[in-house]
Design a protein around this ligand. Structure first.
Ligand code: ACM
Ligand code: ZN
Length: 517
């Protein structure tokens, strides 16, 4: 039995009683029609391992759970904040209450963690009593942006894997999937108007060996998501309470696009989808009107695929050497009275902010978008430490904190590198992630501008999904607790206690997480 209760992320209020609710062949799941899909999802998780029928009945109204039911209900009057929920397990019944459907989803995820770990088995588990301990839980998230980022540019992972990644995110109560879709080394999303992006831009000739970044494996690598796959994934994520923030990188990290459409670069040369990692000098030409038209057309298709409010335009690591030598870029700077290439970058980003704002969306970019002047409504994703986030929040901008001192899951997680797969470097062990505070350094009157934080998974050194999972989990569990739970009750020793059964759950789900014990 799962005793004492072990839930990640730690709920806000939790008391336990001596009684239990044991699921049996007569247990039913009841939900209002508007929450039927959460009830069906919950039943679907449990039917295989438990071999119980767990029928779902839709029923409006209801304020208390009937005996031998799991009842989902909406509450009136803002009893719970956004995504919050109450969960009451009494001897013989369970009830989840929430104001919105994602609150019910999170309540269901908590209820799932109250069941024995065998409930995560993907085959029928025999000889297990499906016992849920008596609890009262009231819970809501600290932050509204609880993200994981995945770079599919450096290595491509198929659509089916993205769904598994989303399933695993939902177990942690993450609610933002930052999908890094374009890179120097690969363009990964179908754009119907520009078919070369996937015919040329999605494929590279070789990759560096993970253990030796200066030697190529001479093995072609690539792949892309069709628009149909993207729509399916967006809907799948939405049903798990996850919003997808797509990233279309500009003006840097654009070599795969330039290889597809060489006229979009400053020097119109024979670009190749990059095989080596690192920062490319070739970027979109900021002085060529065709570049703006191209990216607007790309964004039109991206907006049609992704209904979320935020569109990430990258903005990081854009060298200025080509712009300095480009007659078109220099002419635009002169015409617009831009003092230097940083202001040219700012001009470029402001253009796309206006474009997105006019279409009801918000622009988010890496902290380099501060250079040369921040676009008026932009949200900043602070990655080079917290400095950019502190500066932007102090100026009244929203920020997402993802400093590479706490949030980079591509860094080593132990000091014994011989025991780890090769990585890009760095050192961010589990305990360090757990010590992350997204509001650290933010002026007290500006902390409301901190939307939240996220863990970033850059995949230069992650050629397989197994390695992605080894790097992401369980550091993601620490991040999930940082972003969801009350920081005043944070307790690493207790987190580790709860992590043991949580790892068993991940293991049963086929997630190849690292064992930190
Ligand atoms: C980044 O790590 N280049 C955002
Ligand atoms: Zn140029």
């Amino acid at each position: 039995m799962n005793n004492p209760v072990s839930i990640i992320p730690q709920p806000g209020y939790l008391t336990t009683g001596a009684g239990v609710f044991t699921l049996n062949a007569d247990t039913r799941i009841i939900a209002p029609a508007a929450a039927a899909r959460v009830a069906e999802q919950f039943a679907a998780w449990l039917r295989v391992p438990t071999s119980l029928p767990l029928p779902v009945e839709t029923q409006s109204g209801g304020t208390a759970a009937e005996p031998n039911t799991i009842t989902l209900m909406f509450t009136q009057g803002g009893e719970f904040g956004r995504e919050g929920y109450g969960l009451q397990v009494t001897p013989g019944a369970a009830a989840i209450r929430a104001t919105d459907i994602n609150g019910l989803m999170h309540g269901a995820q908590t209820l799932r963690q109250l069941l024995p770990v065998e409930a995560e088995s993907r085959s029928a588990a025999s000889g297990v009593e499906w016992v849920i301990p008596e609890v009262t839980i009231e819970d809501e998230p600290r932050f509204g942006w609880r993200g994981l980022h995945l770079d599919v540019g450096r290595h491509f992972f198929p659509a089916a894997y993205i769904k598994k990644f989303l399933d695993t995110m939902a177990l942690h109560k993450f609610n933002v999937f930052h999908w890094h879709l374009t890179e120097d080394q690969g363009w990964r999303v179908e754009i119907k108007r520009y078919s070369e992006l996937i015919e040329v831009g999605a494929w590279r000739d070789a990759s560096p060996y993970p253990a030796d970044r200066y030697t190529l494996d001479n093995t072609p690598h690539g792949g892309f998501y069709t628009q149909e796959e993207v729509r399916d994934i967006v809907a799948y994520a939405q049903a798990l309470g996850i919003t997808i923030v797509p990233e279309i990188e500009m003006p840097g990290h654009a070599v795969a696009a330039l290889a597809s459409y060489p006229e979009l670069g400053c020097v119109g040369r024979d670009y190749k989808v990059r095989t080596y990692w690192g920062i490319a000098e070739d970027v979109f030409c900021a002085g060529n009107p065709e570049v703006y038209t191209f990216l607007e057309n790309v964004l039109d298709e991206v907006l049609a695929l992704f209904p979320g409010e935020y569109i990430h335009i990258g903005g990081d690591e854009c060298p200025k050497v080509r712009w300095k030598a480009c007659p078109k870029c220099q002419a635009l700077m002169q015409r617009e009275g831009l003092a230097d290439e940083h202001e040219l970058q700012s001009y470029f980003i402001r253009h796309f902010e206006r474009y997105l704002n006019e279409r009801g969306r918000r622009l988010i970019g890496w902290d380099e978008i501060l250079e040369g002047g921040l676009a008026p409504n932009a949200t900043v994703m602070s990655w080079r430490g917290a400095k950019g986030g502190i500066e932007a929040a102090s100026a009244g901008h929203d920020v997402v904190m993802t400093p590479n001192t706490y949030c980079y899951f591509d860094y080593y997680q132990s000091e014994d590198h011989s025991a780890e797969p090769p990585t890009i470097g760095g050192y961010i062990p589990l305990e360090k992630v757990y010590a992350f505070d997204p509001t650290e350094g933010i002026p007290a009157d500006k902390t409301a501008h901190v939307l939240g934080g996220q863990g970033n998974i850059w995949t230069e050194y992650m050629p397989t999904t197994e390695i992605v999972e080894y790097m992401a989990f369980p550091r993601a569990a620490a991040m999930a607790e940082v972003l969801w739970s009350d920081p005043t009750t944070r307790d690493y020793a207790d987190f580790l206690r709860r992590l043991r059964p949580f790892l068993q759950r991940l293991d049963s789900l086929g997630v190849t997480c690292r064992n930190p014990f």
